[in-house]
Design a protein around this ligand. Structure first.
Ligand SMILES: [Zn+2]
Length: 79
């Protein structure tokens, strides 16, 4: 079963839906920071590992929005 290729994220900088890639994490750098900071950097390392930042393929800016299309802000409570 083939899944739809929907690897598009809206980029505010490009003002359009673009393909993205993940910022490759430099674990050696984080290891060095963790050692130098006596372990204080570990939470940041963990955070960066668990939530890699998406980068726009067009402009290279980080993409924080995961919405492909803007959804109308209409909230309906199920009654
Ligand atoms: Zn962009």
């Amino acid at each position: 079963m083939a899944t739809a290729n929907s690897n598009l994220v809206h980029c505010d900088h490009c003002a359009k839906d673009v393909e993205y890639h993940y910022d490759p994490l430099n674990h050696w750098k984080h290891l060095l920071f963790s050692v130098c900071s006596l372990g204080l950097w570990l939470p940041f390392w963990l955070f960066a590992t668990l939530s890699p930042s998406k980068l726009c393929n067009q402009c290279g800016n980080p993409l924080w929005s995961t919405d492909v299309a803007p959804s109308p802000p209409s909230r309906r409570k199920p009654s």
